[in-house]
Design a protein around this ligand. Structure first.
Ligand code: SF4
Length: 391
């Protein structure tokens, strides 16, 4: 670097640099300096500091900070799971304004999977099945449990991740039992963890506008707290890029951080970009920069979460790969047939082979680790993408 006709070291430059695996980190935005110091010292960032992170234009500086934390937590690993999503029915009693998935019973596109179709959707090579459904009043809780029984009876090795907090609260109401009893029955049927969907954004303002009849933050958090109390792990999401403010995004993340402090039951956080589809709450999806920024901010604020996902279905394969350098350490799964986001016309392919997941992680310069639903290692891939280790 040349300044005033003399050669200077990078560390003499206008911006502070920091040792980072032998290479300097360049942060240009001075408002990030004190935050970077706190991050390095292992201190927790505040709500106001979360807003500073979202307001910076120094996306590379932010990414470096998030990547530093990611590498401290999970090294150079990039995780994925061989899974399939099953949506037993898309019939739903609610009509959330942002939802492209739900159908009414009389809609020609309404579907209810038969037992045979559920079993046929599974295959021996799957590690995880992720079940998310509509709130279908034509089914009793037993029929939802039957989906789990069918999978476990035919493929005992497959780990079942089911259902969202929204569905669990619905089961409790239709069955007139407590949320804890619902969760205990699900666990007894073979569920190992619950997905993070249905959280949307923890804001009464947004709930009233977009999903007024669906559970809000308190119930969502209570369901997850109860799941953790009976030994079920869970995941957490944020739906962003619609009408929420950055203050609401930060509030959402801090509520999750608070519950994680209390229970340590969350496995991962998944920022989900809203897909406009036909619902058009906003015309365009979040920008690529917003995807990266939201990923990085979540990594920095959620200091008690080990795993942050770059969900390729909403983000796209290429951005998910890039996000592995902005704080994410996981690109989720092979998915199989993903209907919810696909109904909203996500541009990603419906199916993604294991090999594609490995190569996406490899292209990002990360070491591909195939995991199960609970983040146990299934396989580690060497540089030729051969399975090197199966513990
Ligand atoms: S978001 Fe969930 S609860 Fe709301 S309409 Fe869609 S499927 Fe039903």
């Amino acid at each position: 670097m040349i300044r005033d006709g003399r050669s200077i070291k990078l560390s003499d430059s206008l911006y502070p640099t920091h040792s980072y695996g032998g290479a300097p980190i360049l942060i240009k935005d001075s408002s990030l300096f004190p935050l970077w110091k706190k991050v390095q010292d292992g201190q927790r960032l505040t709500f106001e500091e979360g807003l500073v992170l979202f307001s910076t234009d120094d996306i590379l500086g932010l990414g470096h900070m998030a990547n530093w934390v990611k590498e401290k937590k999970t090294g150079n690993h990039g995780f994925f799971v061989v899974n399939r999503q099953i949506n037993p029915t898309n019939i739903c009693v609610l009509s959330c304004r942002f939802c492209d998935f739900a159908k009414k019973k009389t809609d020609p596109a309404a579907t209810v999977m038969s037992d045979d179709a559920i079993v046929a959707a599974c295959s021996p090579e799957l590690t995880e099945v992720h079940i998310v459904s509509g709130l279908y009043s034509g089914w009793r809780f037993d029929q939802y449990l039957n989906v789990i029984h069918l999978i476990k009876a035919n493929y005992p090795h497959i780990q079942v991740k089911a259902y969202t907090a929204v569905e669990i609260e619905f089961f409790a109401r239709i069955e007139k039992i407590s949320i804890k009893e619902v969760l205990e029955k699900m666990k007894a049927a073979g569920v190992v963890c619950i997905p993070g969907g249905g959280a949307e954004v923890f804001s009464e303002r947004v709930r009233k506008a977009l999903f007024p009849f669906k559970i809000g933050a308190r119930t969502w958090l209570d369901v997850h707290r109860t799941a953790h109390s009976i030994g079920l792990k869970s995941n957490a999401t944020l739906l962003y890029g619609h009408m929420e403010t950055v203050e609401e995004r930060v509030t959402h993340m801090l509520k999750l951080r608070e519950l994680q402090d209390e229970t340590h039951g969350f496995l991962s956080f998944i920022p989900l970009a809203y897909q406009p589809g036909t619902t058009k709450v906003v015309e365009r999806p979040a920008s690529a920069l917003d995807d990266l920024k939201t990923t990085a901010v979540s990594r920095l604020l959620l200091d008690n979460f080990v795993h942050i996902k770059a969900y390729w279905v909403t983000m796209g394969e290429q951005m998910a790969s890039v996000a592995l350098h902005f704080g994410a350490d996981d690109i989720d799964g092979t998915i199989g047939e993903e209907k919810i986001m696909h109904a909203a016309r996500a541009s990603s392919p419906v199916a993604m082979a294991r090999e594609r997941m490995v190569s996406l992680i490899r292209e990002a310069g990360r070491h591909p680790i195939e995991r199960d639903a609970l983040y146990n290692v299934v396989a580690s891939y060497d540089e030729a993408d051969r399975v090197a280790v199966i513990p």
